[in-house]
Design a protein around this ligand. Structure first.
Ligand SMILES: O=C(O)CCC(=O)C(=O)O
Length: 384
């Protein structure tokens, strides 16, 4: 079968509605909502996952605590320690919890989702102006570096760095032209709000690990973070494929905002569990770098996304990372004779290089990276 790149367009796309010469907005929208790959009920073989990884649609609901983020400023030490205890429990078990009263403006969250509809509704040739380079930009399965187990998704990945002013706006304007400035503004603002929230979550995580409240906030104050927009078109055979396969994420912390469609699943207690969207909350995941920083005390969340045959799904993911060259070493208090060093020292730059050039992110990324870096740097052995 001939494989067409995934493409989805919306009629009357405002990103393309004003006729201006030499701009993205002059492109013609396709007047159909036919999402992808033609109407046939077969899907290309690269999208078919092996039997043992095929999705399940009757996954039980994951048990997760919802942490009210106003607790940190409540001045109520009992409430803070209760919240920290819940976080500690969830992060040791599966690495995921929800936050409510998180302070991110709901209008901003709505705008961020609306603009995603507009972006992914552009013609493929327009989206490809942001051709993926060094891990940033637009990608779909057909332009990725894999030959099998394709994910049923497209994504746009942006770099966010607090010390580079307007980095998100400038990237989008450079790639697409001035008309994309409002689009860029929304995501710049979104990243700034998410960074602020993630540093507050770091305070809570610090308390939950028995560290000074400011220890982890200070560690991530300078950061080199990432925003990824994921778009999962409907699929005729959702039983054969996955939106994104089982993996843990290499960064430190994920804040995920999914729409109300549902599809995120987490692996714990030997089976997959659903994480049904809860309006007003954001999902927080522990990632690989944080697992290493906690000396393996907290679990990097193993998750995947399933798709459906009715409705496109979107998720917006902010990944907090340390500064590129900051050594990732667990604080002394988390290394004990009962819990000796689990991972060698590394930097985010090295882990990023590893997953961009040597390894397809999956459930064993950190083990593979730990082995690889000790081979590359013979003096960098795990030491208690
Ligand atoms: O869309 C989701 O729910 C999961 C996204 C995800 O796992 C990722 O972007 O790494």
């Amino acid at each position: 079968m001939e494989h067409q790149p995934m493409e989805c367009s919306y009629p009357n796309n405002p990103l393309m509605s004003q006729k201006k010469p030499n701009s993205l907005l002059t492109s013609e929208a396709k007047n159909d909502q036919q999402p992808i790959l033609g109407p046939e009920s077969d899907i290309p073989s690269q999208f078919i996952w092996p039997d043992h990884e095929k999705p399940c649609f009757d996954a039980p609901e994951l048990e997760v605590p919802t942490i009210d983020m106003t607790v940190l400023s409540s001045g109520d030490p009992l409430a803070v320690s209760k919240a920290a205890e819940l976080v500690n429990e969830a992060c040791k078990k599966h690495g995921l919890f929800l936050v409510s009263n998180h302070g991110v403006d709901s209008g901003l969250l709505d705008r961020a989702h609306e603009y995603m509809n507009l972006f992914f509704g552009l013609q493929l040739s327009d989206k490809q102006k942001a051709k993926e380079e060094n891990g940033y930009g637009y990608t779909n399965s057909f332009v990725g570096r894999y030959s099998s187990k394709f994910p049923w998704m497209e994504s746009l990945t942006l770099r966010y760095c607090p010390d580079v002013q307007d980095i998100v706006v400038d990237y989008l304007v450079n790639v697409f032209g001035e008309d994309m400035r409002p689009f860029g503004r929304v995501y710049q603002e979104y990243c700034e709000a998410m960074e602020k929230l993630s540093l507050r979550i770091m305070e809570l995580l610090g308390i939950s690990l028995g560290l000074e409240q400011s220890y982890l906030r200070d560690f991530f104050q300078e950061n080199d973070s990432i925003l990824r927009m994921n778009y999962y078109p409907p699929c005729k055979r959702p039983d054969l494929t996955l939106g994104i396969g089982p993996h843990t994420d290499p960064p430190s912390l994920t804040i995920l905002h999914q729409d109300l469609v549902g599809g995120l699943q987490v692996f714990t207690d030997e089976k997959w569990h659903s994480v049904t969207p809860v309006p007003g909350t954001l999902i927080v995941n522990i990632d690989d770098t944080f697992m290493a920083l906690s000396n393996g005390i907290y679990k990097s969340c193993l998750h995947r996304a399933v798709v459906n045959n009715q409705t496109a799904r979107k998720s917006l993911v902010f990944f907090l990372n340390p500064r590129m060259d900051k050594p990732v070493t667990p604080p002394a208090g988390l290394v004990t004779s009962k819990n000796p060093r689990k991972y060698p020292d590394f930097t985010w730059a090295t882990l990023l290089h590893f997953v961009r050039n040597h390894y397809r992110v999956d459930r064993k990324t950190m083990d593979a990276f730990s082995k690889w870096i000790q081979e590359q740097e013979p003096n960098n052995k795990i030491q208690a």
